[in-house]
Design a protein around this ligand. Structure first.
Ligand SMILES: [Fe+2]
Length: 259
């Protein structure tokens, strides 16, 4: 709950995210679709190797994501929920920002109930279950990221209600979606959009693009691209610190970040 500049009390939007849920219907996936998952997995993991932050690979094995085929959400939840309290829910496609952040605030992460076709492994009109599961779920088993995403959800709901949702979208994008991170002095892949993309994982680490030290202020002021590779990347030094800094912000502080 917060007040706008005129002192009016604003109500956060109703948490109506449940209306976007659909059954995963895991039995419906064909052997060809399971094969697409296996192809993507086999292509991605060898490259990521030591180029991705350590907790990601830990999450892959702890959650059993290295088993063949598209994972069943119920089985994944049985492993994920006891670790960090997060639960995966199935959706039919992109969820609007207000519902998305409300899900995060309630420690729910939406998973598309479809996978890209075998003839377009690199083309995604919208995030499929390989992006959503392979990219995001290993880090949801990691305490600092689980906490950061819940805080982003809570602040995102408030920011959207106040017409400042873009600030939180940018912070989300430049960390858990397309962020890099420094680990043991080395710049590594952090974000799900990079972890799940063969092309952009290479690009983010190897191309001649700026890799800037992440600060809330700089990331909040930097627009992002959702139609091409990013023109620059932010390198997080400490997700724990970012979570603590965000937690200390009220809506005014959040809005003030973007100037
Ligand atoms: Fe994503």
């Amino acid at each position: 709950m917060f007040r706008d500049a005129a002192g009016e009390t604003l109500q956060p939007p109703a948490r109506a995210w449940r209306e976007y849920l659909v059954p995963q219907d895991w039995e419906r996936f064909t052997s060809e679709e399971h094969g697409v998952w296996d192809m993507l997995f086999a292509r991605q993991v060898p490259y990521l190797g030591t180029r991705i932050v350590t907790p990601f690979l830990g999450g892959i094995s702890e959650l059993g994501l290295d088993k063949p085929g598209i994972p069943e959400l119920a089985a994944l939840n049985a492993k994920l929920e006891p670790r960090t309290g997060w639960k995966l829910v199935s959706v039919a496609g992109i969820v609007p920002d207000d519902a998305f952040f409300a899900m995060l605030a309630d420690r729910r992460f939406p998973i598309g109930n479809f996978i890209r076709p075998a003839d377009s492994l690199d083309y995604l009109e919208e995030p499929d279950c390989f992006h959503d599961i392979f990219g995001h779920v290993p880090m949801l088993a990691h305490g600092p990221v689980a906490r950061l995403m819940e805080i982003m959800g809570r602040l995102g709901v408030e920011a959207i209600a106040a017409g400042r949702g873009e600030v939180m979208s940018r912070l989300y994008w430049h960390t858990v979606e397309f962020g890099l991170a420094r680990e043991d002095g080395e710049v590594k892949i952090l974000g799900a959009g990079l972890a799940s993309s063969f092309g952009e994982a290479h690009f983010a680490l190897e191309a001649e693009v700026p890799r800037l030290r992440f600060t809330l202020k700089d990331a909040a002021a930097t627009a992002y691209r959702n139609d091409r590779f990013q023109p620059l990347y932010f390198v997080s030094e400490s997700l724990e610190r970012t979570a603590t800094e965000l937690e200390a912000l009220d809506l005014g502080g959040l809005s003030g970040l973007a100037g």
